[in-house]
Design a protein around this ligand. Structure first.
Ligand SMILES: *Cc1c(COP(=O)(O)O)cnc(C)c1O
Length: 373
């Protein structure tokens, strides 16, 4: 039997035709009509006027911080329960990360911690320059109060929607809430270009500046003039062709991941199992189906379940290790942290790829049910 991955790439079927078109046109370059088309189609989908296709979501975060003018001596506040990439770019620009705990209703950045902390920072004259708020595992954070609190204090918001494409918050799409927002098209994300990302926003000068920085900061003259340090961060036209095919298939992918989540919830309503809640403010894509396991009630721990699945070639993983517990970020300030720590200690991510068949999901379920005492 084939190995079952957490979130394997899933082809829409139209990729090859679009890539063949790119090759036939000889646009085998880090720009071209598919890059332009991919950006325009994503703008339309997310109802955001400007987008910049990049080589990764991490590159998009890096450029977001650069164009907001974040640098040495600045603080950037960030969700703690997330992938390290959310915060690595803070280090790239020599700023100082401060991590914020999750709430239990969405597993995302807790506005009830953020609001008083921002007020206190304002009173102390030590406001952060920006906040990176993550839409975790396909679910938006409680963005309205978070964005309002930041804007009240002049703090810029970067929405890390790498895991959130296709989700909604009060009817609006994830990736449309930040002063700048980022997406990832890494191989395990809901749509993939094998590797890629995007920066989105409504303020044209920021997107223009990011575009300039992403192409080695070349001045518009023939002789290669440079006034700033640039980066080589643009997405290839070949990969953008793959992205357009995948984006056209997004609704089916969201529907499939939600159906997989519903199947797990129904089959695994077992003692000790609690699934990641879907907050009332939005619709999750369930990019990954996550749950916490109370070992005493279930009769086996989270690690026991991961090991039992691994034995039969099924990939499951713990929930992200919070960034305030990561050795590389030791010594950084954390606002709260106990909720994220508990979710990490007991949380599991189950195979959730939109390419998984019903019989593959049933294989996962059977192994877990077998463990129940
Ligand atoms: C995947 C991911 C990123 C980074 O995206 P890459 O395209 O892999 O660089 C950033 N933030 C979160 C929350 C992610 O899951």
């Amino acid at each position: 039997m084939a190995r079952i991955y957490l979130s394997a790439p899933d082809q829409a079927g139209t990729e090859a035709a679009l890539v063949t078109d790119a090759i036939a046109s000889n646009w085998i370059a880090p720009l071209g009509p598919h890059v332009d088309g991919f950006e325009a189609e994503m703008c339309h989908r997310l109802d955001v006027p400007y987008a910049l296709a990049l080589s990764s979501g991490t590159a998009a975060l890096h450029l977001a911080l650069k164009v907001l003018g974040v640098g040495a001596g600045d603080e950037v506040w960030c969700s703690s329960l997330t992938f390290a990439a959310s915060a690595n770019a803070i280090a790239y620009v020599n700023a100082t990360p401060v991590f914020i705990d999750s709430d239990r209703t969405s597993w995302n950045l807790d506005p009830n911690l953020l609001l008083p902390a921002l007020d206190a920072a304002a009173a102390a004259g030590k406001l952060p320059k920006a906040l990176i708020v993550v839409d975790l595992y396909g679910q938006c954070a409680d963005l309205e109060p978070i964005v309002a609190a930041c804007h009240k204090h002049g703090v810029k918001v970067i929405e890390d929607a790498a895991e959130g494409l296709g989700a909604t918050y009060r009817g609006r799409p994830a990736g449309s809430f930040g002063d700048l927002s980022i997406l990832s098209f890494n191989g395990n994300k809901i749509i993939t270009t094998s590797g890629g990302g995007m920066l989105l926003g409504r303020h044209k000068p920021w997107l223009d500046h990011a575009r300039h920085l992403s192409t080695q900061a070349r001045e518009p003259v023939a002789h290669y003039e440079h006034k700033e340090i640039g980066y080589n961060y643009r997405l290839s036209n070949l990969l953008a062709a793959v992205g357009r095919a995948q984006l056209g298939d997004l609704d089916r992918r969201v529907a499939r991941r939600r159906a997989i989540n519903a199947r797990y919830r129904e089959a695994l309503s077992l003692p000790g199992w609690s699934f990641m809640p879907e907050a009332s403010f939005g619709t999750s894509t369930y990019w990954l189906t996550c749950a916490t396991i109370d070992a005493a009630a279930f009769g086996a721990s989270r690690d026991d379940v991961i090991a039992a699945l691994a034995k039969v070639d099924i990939e499951a993983r713990p929930v992200w290790k919070p960034l305030h517990l990561q050795p590389v970020f030791f010594g950084c300030r954390s606002i709260g942290g106990e909720v994220a720590e508990a979710l990490f200690r007991h949380g599991i991510c189950l195979p959730s790829g939109s390419g998984l068949s019903d019989s593959e999901i049933n294989r996962v379920i059977a192994v877990i049910k077998e463990m129940k005492r």
